[in-house]
Design a protein around this ligand. Sequence first.
Ligand code: ZN
Length: 158
Amino acid sequence: MDTNIDNKEKSDIPYVYPPNARSAEYRALLETIKTTNECPFCVFPKYHKGEVLPELSGEHWVVGTNHPSYQGSRAHLILITRRHIQKIEELSDEEWSSLHNTFVKTINTFKLNGATLIFRSGHPKHTGGTIGHLHCQIVSGDPENPDYPESGIVSRIG
Ligand SMILES: [Zn+2]
């Protein structure tokens, strides 16, 4: 999937960032991945426990269900750039356009009446994320779900 070796070598953004893991199990997985020196999203879905959704994936973005999905969400998806880039600034016009199309296709497929798009761009230390490969999440809450938290769905974003 990745052909941009120079970009990886110049970057100080790690492939994985275990300190932001939300569970001991996930942190242990990230520590394991760290020893392989491979970007988990360049080898996606090798370490992914959710589903891959080929009907929503395309030339520029691969789409899967996030794992674990946020409690009380109707949909919680992860969208990963096919190439190893780390920041929004690196997205090409084609990738932006493709993201728009993927978002619309996702909304239509899941019949969502509203959703939030969250980007993880740059060093995970500053995004609250755990992977240093540009990705975003689509989250749609379901207040009718008995598991929907009183606070609404809350995400770490920094
Ligand atoms: Zn990568």
